[in-house]
Design a protein around this ligand. Structure first.
Ligand SMILES: Cc1cc2nc3c(=O)[nH]c(=O)nc-3n(C[C@H](O)[C@H](O)[C@H](O)COP(=O)(O)O)c2cc1C
Ligand SMILES: [Mn+2]
Length: 448
């Protein structure tokens, strides 16, 4: 596996999956424009070497723009990703604390702290400002001290202040609220530019109280090396490009937005916690990494696919042991829509699957269940199943007002959604009526 981000970049360069961009680009929109293009065109990732106003920096964008890049990051063949991801997610290898590391090569403390000296990118046309979009936030539960690793966007508010959009239904948001109840700020470190398994692990849907660095260890097949921060009691990846250390200001909230969000629409300004920066450390000749979100598919979608598909697969498996496929669909942002293929052996198993998935609260609003003779990844076959095996009056389930982690603008209020289930499995009774028409001997035809 890769020791650090630079190791992964060298690998991508060998494979022709990394483009070194020499053209001068601005951090305002111009970098994001290139990222949009490679997200729409199957890569490659982009390393901008000539960033206007930031001569000391290189900026990396679209590192996970395609599903192929995510698979390369984990060193897993793309068609085996879900199966392998699930095995590796369960492996769990504890991180190792080391004395120091490259992320300490340069240190800014006190008056040296200045976020405006980092090439933080403004992405979408209506974004309210520059955002850190792929920082790995590390926080600790104020009572147990157990770490959490996740990604939350941060808006630059000044030289030493950032917003930190971590809502209460995410683990870091919960920690911030817990600390506030004790009248304290929460120390939070943000690591930018780490190797891919740490990024993918940050998206694992593991319960509160599980340190995602253990998941990263399993994904990469070896312990992640962590070092202590300079100013807060938090550990961060030793090989990271940049570390931003800070403490949330208890009770303080700022408007954060509008921002071009993962559903592909702008979110309104939300009241986000504020982080006071206490130190910035980095490697020599640092690489700043930024990630695009907005209309699917971007890296905000590809990175989330397998964490979501895994938790859905496991939930379905509890009800129907023979799960043939789980397709979190790209148009459904890899969060909202799923197609499940099952081998059903009791009449209403599909309905149980629908209820179980809609009640998970992970953002699902549309669940389609098909039989195992349908490829859930083929929209034509799924449509055919709906055309011939589904009747809306008896096979459609609508559940109003579910609590749900979502930024979908069609929701009646924040974090509330209706759920829809479509049971497009054929009845077991009179099954011959739902069989696909087949012609014998097609495989033997040699003349075309
Ligand atoms: C590129 C990227 C950006 C993200 N930005 C945010 C964000 O700004 N706010 C947020 O709550 N979640 C964001 N997420 C999703 C969370 O990081 C994800 O749900 C994570 O699993 C939460 O961790 P937790 O389960 O420990 O709460 C982002 C994910 C990715 C891949
Ligand atoms: Mn977590």
């Amino acid at each position: 596996m890769f020791d650090d981000l630079r190791g992964f970049l060298a690998h991508l360069e060998d494979l022709g999956q990394l483009k070194l961009v020499k053209d001068a680009v601005s951090v305002k929109h111009e970098i994001a424009a290139g990222m949009r293009k490679v997200s729409d065109n199957q890569g490659p990732a982009l390393l901008f070497e000539n960033v206007k106003d930031y001569p000391d920096w290189r900026v990396l964008g679209g590192l996970f723009a395609t599903r192929k890049l995510v698979a390369l990051g984990l060193g897993v063949p793309q068609d085996e990703m879900l199966e392998r991801y699930m095995t590796l997610e369960d492996k769990r290898i504890a991180p190792e604390i080391v004395a120091t590391g490259p992320c300490k090569e340069i240190k800014w403390t006190g008056d040296q702290i200045d976020l405006t000296k980092l090439p933080i990118v403004t992405h979408a046309s209506k974004d309210c400002g520059p955002y850190v979009t792929i920082g790995m936030q590390v926080g600790k539960d104020p009572d147990t001290g157990i770490r959490n690793l996740s990604i939350h966007r941060m808006l630059v508010l000044g030289k030493d202040k950032l917003s930190l959009w971590a809502p209460a239904d995410h683990h870091l948001g919960r920690m911030i609220l817990k600390a506030e109840e004790q009248g304290k700020g929460l120390p939070v470190a943000t690591a930018v530019g780490v190797e891919p398994s740490i990024v993918v692990a940050s998206q694992a849907r593991v319960p509160y109280g599980i340190d995602e660095f253990h998941v990263a260890g399993g994904l990469r097949g070896g312990a992640v090396k962590l070092v202590k921060c300079e100013t807060i009691d938090v550990e961060v990846p030793a090989m990271a490009e940049v570390i931003i250390e800070g403490v949330t200001i208890p009770g303080e909230r700022v408007p954060d937005g509008p921002y071009g969000e993962y559903p592909g629409c702008y979110s309104d300004a939300k009241q986000a916690p504020v982080l006071k920066v206490t130190a910035i450390t980095m490697r020599k000749n640092p690489i700043w990494q930024t990630a695009l979100t907005g209309m699917p598919v971007t890296e905000n979608h590809t990175l989330i696919e397998y964490g979501n598909a895994a938790v859905v697969y496991r939930e379905v498996k509890k009800i129907v042991p023979e799960v043939k496929g789980v397709n979190m669909t790209p148009g459904g942002t890899f969060r909202h829509h799923v197609v499940i293929a099952i081998k059903k052996r009791a009449e209403n198993e599909g309905r149980n699957v629908i209820l179980a998935l809609l009640s998970m609260g992970i953002g699902l609003k549309q669940v389609i269940v098909v039989d195992d003779d349908i490829d859930p990844f083929d929209p034509m076959q799924v449509d055919w199943a709906m055309a011939t095996r589904f009747q809306a009056d008896k096979d459609l389930i609508v559940i109003p007002r579910l609590a749900c982690s979502t930024l979908d603008p069609s929701c009646p209020e924040a974090r509330v959604t209706a759920g829809m289930g479509i049971d497009a499995t054929a009845p077991l009774k009179d099954h011959w009526r739902f069989e696909k028409v087949e012609i014998p001997g097609v495989d033997q035809v040699k003349y075309i």
